[in-house]
Ligand binder design. Sequence first.
Ligand code: UDX
Length: 472
Amino acid sequence: MSQPLSIAVVGSGYVGLVAAVCFAEIGHHVICVDNDESKVKMLREGRVPIHEEYLEELLKRNTTNPVEFTSDLANATRRAQAIFIAVGTPQSKTGSADLSYVDAVASEIARSIDSYKVIVEKSTVPVYTNEWIRRVIERNGVPKELFDIASNPEFLREGTAVVDFLHADRIVVGAETERAGTLLKKIYEPLTNGSYYKKADAVPGICSEKNPPPILLTSTKAAEIIKHASNAFLAMKISFINVVANICEAVGADVEEVAKGIGSDGRIGPKFLRAGIGYGGSCFPKDVAAFRYVAEQLGVDFSLLKEVEAINEEQKRRFFQKVRSALWTFRGKRIGVLGLSFKGGTDDIRDSPALDIVQLLVKEGSTVVAFDPAAEARSKEVIPPSDKMLYVDSPYAAAQDADALLILSDWQEFADLDLKKLHYTLRYPIIIDGRNLYDPVDMIEHGFTYLSVGRPSLFHARDAASSSRQLP
Ligand code: UDX
């Protein structure tokens, strides 16, 4: 094993908490700092505020080398060799990233530096943020030789964040000095030299002792751009396939066949070509807007990203129209909804297209009966329960006596539902699937009217007669 280092991680949100727990998992001494005392207390008790596979288990497992949780940033700064800033960078009104939390943390760190530290940005930030952090720290009177700034963006997906961290496609380290680069390389050494994967209880994934993740050393600016450009590119892939799906719908082709055909080209790749109701979450919408803003500020025309955003909005509207085309009117209809989170496997509802669609349905006068395996509590904060918005505790309860069932997040357990049971539970066997979870042939065999995205609409015999007369 490599030598353990002392690391502070500032912020215990998705990125910070996962990084803190994973740094401890690979052997380092970790102090995780958050200014929210109630969160610190909860984490000290071993309770995890987010739904993330392996996180709670790893937190409890590392009892000999536990992550220390504190709200004392000054003390953590003094004790750490590297300080990772993983605080939020929310979207401001202009679309740019609001860096006030990063600014505040940098000033506080500066006031406590008494020996050499590497300050690492881990939050997704626009290019030049490292320069701003440097200025803030210098402005607070810290001599140049006492610190370096580095950029180490995170590419983790919610739901699989721990696995993504420990089995990364690549680790990107942007550093301007050799000593900062060397320290970061040491931090990741248990992964990059493969030793972590030899541990009997290592979290399983694509990397192994023989196939460890590569580390890419770049400039800090390049590292910052890599993060924004990666997310913008993936969002673009999704918008691209969504438009292709709309073309498929217009001509009666199947987008799944088309996605397989184009994704088999090694230059394109099969991932992130799933058509649906558009992307959401805490990263893609915010990062596409922030990257577009960065380009604008630099005088670079990146209107391509505006199109990516416009297509994403349009995709929700189209889905809503599809529901309308199946139900005609909304007032007085009971609509079952499966999935409220922005994707399956997470309780996160930030920028969730599912919630946008639910809000529209309620506004139009429907009664929505919703089930989500993890996002109910968070959804209730945005759409409180009422006689028009009911939350239930199983998929079948959502389907009970409903005029139609909508699939809005891609949870595996929805794909595994008992279709026979679903059929007799619904008032009308109509499923409108925004995530293409089912095989259309299977659905028609089970007697459903089945509408999905970018695939031919299949009407049950009873609905077929009326649907053959196209109504506006
Ligand atoms: C994303 C990036 O994948 C990750 O690298 C980055 O660090 C943070 O942002 P995340 O937001 O957790 O991760 O979700 P992701 O799995 O990428 O999905 C984002 C959105 O795109 C979801 O709403 C998802 O449903 C949608 N999506 C994804 C599609 O509609 N089609 C796809 O093919 C893939």
